[in-house]
Design a protein around this ligand. Sequence first.
Ligand SMILES: *[C@@H]1O[C@H](CO)[C@@H](O)[C@H](O)[C@H]1NC(C)=O
Ligand SMILES: *[C@@H]1O[C@H](CO)[C@@H](O)[C@H](O)[C@H]1NC(C)=O
Ligand SMILES: *[C@@H]1O[C@H](CO)[C@@H](O)[C@H](O)[C@H]1NC(C)=O
Ligand SMILES: *[C@@H]1O[C@H](CO)[C@@H](O)[C@H](O)[C@H]1NC(C)=O
Ligand SMILES: *[C@@H]1O[C@H](CO)[C@@H](O)[C@H](O)[C@H]1NC(C)=O
Ligand SMILES: *[C@@H]1O[C@H](CO)[C@@H](O)[C@H](O)[C@H]1NC(C)=O
Ligand SMILES: *[C@@H]1O[C@H](CO)[C@@H](O)[C@H](O)[C@H]1NC(C)=O
Ligand SMILES: *[C@@H]1O[C@H](CO)[C@@H](O)[C@H](O)[C@H]1NC(C)=O
Length: 639
Amino acid sequence: MHVTVLLTLVVGALSLSPPLSRHQHVPQKPFELVLHREPETHLCNVVHAPRQTKPHRRLTTSQTYAQESKTVTRHDGKGVVEIVKVYAAEEELLWERLGELCDSGHVDASAFTSTVDYQEPPVAWLPEPDAEDQLRLLASTPGIDSKLCTVEKKKSPVPLSVRHITGSGHSANRVDLTFFSDGYLASEEDKFIQDVTRLVEEISGNQTFHTVAPLLNFWAAFSPSNEAKRRWCRRQAEGISTPFGLYRDGTELRALYYAKPEVARAACDSLGDRCDYPILIGNDPLYGGLGGEFVTITPSEVNGPLVLRHELGHSVIDVGEEYDGGFAYFGPNAGHDTNKPMPWAHWLTHDSNLSNDKLPRVERAVMPIQAYPWTLLNTTAPWKITFNSSGTYSRHVVRFSLSGLPEEDDIDVLFDGHDLEWTPKPGLGVDRWHYDIYRDDALSEGEHEIEFALRAGKREGIAQLCSVELLEFGSDEEFNATPGFYGVFPTFSEKNETSYRPTNEDCLMRLTTTPNFCSVCVEGLWLSLLSRVDPIDSIQTGCLQTDRGSWLRTLKVDLLPLGQFRAGPPSTNEAYNITWTNDGQILDGFANITSIALDDRKALGKYSVNVTFVTEEVRADPEGLLSSERKFEVFDRCH
Ligand SMILES: *[C@@H]1O[C@H](CO)[C@@H](O)[C@H](O)[C@H]1NC(C)=O
Ligand SMILES: *[C@@H]1O[C@H](CO)[C@@H](O)[C@H](O)[C@H]1NC(C)=O
Ligand SMILES: *[C@@H]1O[C@H](CO)[C@@H](O)[C@H](O)[C@H]1NC(C)=O
Ligand SMILES: *[C@@H]1O[C@H](CO)[C@@H](O)[C@H](O)[C@H]1NC(C)=O
Ligand SMILES: *[C@@H]1O[C@H](CO)[C@@H](O)[C@H](O)[C@H]1NC(C)=O
Ligand SMILES: *[C@@H]1O[C@H](CO)[C@@H](O)[C@H](O)[C@H]1NC(C)=O
Ligand SMILES: *[C@@H]1O[C@H](CO)[C@@H](O)[C@H](O)[C@H]1NC(C)=O
Ligand SMILES: *[C@@H]1O[C@H](CO)[C@@H](O)[C@H](O)[C@H]1NC(C)=O
């Protein structure tokens, strides 16, 4: 080994010459295509024609394109749409893929008449955000219905004042989450920044996204709303004059829709690399939100962070629901077949009860009733629901959510006529909240009734019953409810179809009032983020002269600030494993060192640095996303 190890590098004692040359790794920027596809007809709307984007680490020599797709509620709540994102090194591959994804049987011949502004062959979208034809869509590819394409009208992006809230690095190698204001007056810019700062702190300061925060940048992009129309629309009305047109549907403290997706898209696009996950904040103190192309939330004190975490779980990890009564159950935390190992088999608690074929048992539970009434309550007649119990379970929980009920005397919640002694979350006011009333006794076989009886007449018009559900559980032996226990738990969809989840209530994708994901989702989060972020930020080489006059060749690798390089102490067990090689030989003395110095006279040759981020939060990394390697060659001597 022709290497000299210099034990201490005291910079003051060395002269730096020539200056450090910076060999910034220039990762290939792949092309990205974004489609909205009708789930049944496969008619497509090209939201983004191929354009260059951040590197995608799932694109490898054997993997010519990477695809992400999910079905989400439309921006106006009218049905669902599948968002498909495809990545490839070459634009042509995306156009080919487009033909496969979109049903050409539905192409309307008139799509290709002169009324549509299209070019053939398709050309890439101009990358300049302000280009006149930014939002013009191309209709020349088979499978694209021009009517759907041209629904998008060109809009000028709203004025934006952008601030960095927190983050650790250049957007080229980070995932960027960007908050956009809606319904904030020009004079409320500071309130917006405070709202965003608080939300970011709540979701990444000490919990939820805390361990992955060094992979993220958070931005706040302020756009003022019109003074006259400041009142935030409760329903979609004429002349919504906020930048993105956020609105509620009637009185529901529920979904927060947006009327101007094309404006939001253009605003996000104008930020380039700094807008991977756009979030629209509607300036309203009460519950509301939506997941999808844009996450929408409010700065509600209690519900803002809760909705934000949950919706970002859907978009960043790409997981479905874990709560009952939803329609989409997918991702690393969802299983559908008990005859096969679950996707989280490597997280199962060791003593989890294995059945004969070594597969874990399903914890015993049933959901005899579940409803989303979203109904206003009145004092004239209570809202009631009846259901039948099989009488074979040991315990149960009554789970419901209410809004507009700040005091405990406002309403009686009765179970078979017995008062459940509901009390509101302290300090909640009229906002929405979720309640669980656990009852450690068995229900008798036969009919039971849950009743919501409004007592306070003054709450009529705002008192609302949002959701109600009853779950029955087996005994301690049949249903392990211990936090931290990973097994197989049944989840019941809106159609009462069963899928499976890893923990009872450890995940905010199930219990939205908890602040953290379960380990299975956290692992999914790391893998998802590391598919776009490389553990190696850059490598550099340089020269140093010692005080004795000899020259050293220096090699340095800059890593994401994780493990031993975190700003604060790591809250989990994690570290980088770093290995340097020269002409294929491991440089033994340099294990786990980021900056090395070699005798210049013997430093010519081929080098590589291999970095693996080892964390207890990831147990399985089949694609090697936690590892990265850089190769380079030293061609010349320092002196
Ligand atoms: C994290 O900080 C919030 C306040 O921002 C606090 O309510 C919560 O208890 C903290 N959680 C942990 C795990 O320290
Ligand atoms: C769901 O299905 C289970 C098992 O078939 C049944 O016992 C339960 O009552 C059903 N619940 C609802 C809400 O339909
Ligand atoms: C009062 O609420 C009950 C239960 O939701 C409903 O059936 C009834 O129509 C309501 N009455 C009025 C006057 O709104
Ligand atoms: C409960 O079961 C009884 C007997 O099968 C049936 O008559 C009744 O309609 C059921 N109640 C509900 C709410 O499903
Ligand atoms: C496993 O299941 C059996 C019967 O289903 C039960 O008797 C036993 O207590 C369970 N063991 C654990 C560790 O949950
Ligand atoms: C660290 O890297 C070395 C060399 O590549 C390898 O032998 C070792 O198994 C790695 N250790 C861990 C914990 O990954
Ligand atoms: C380098 O760090 C990894 C991860 O902490 C550790 O497993 C390995 O033993 C270290 N290597 C040496 C030679 O210290
Ligand atoms: C470095 O990483 C590459 C690719 O992951 C792997 O093939 C090679 O064996 C690694 N070398 C060392 C010394 O760990």
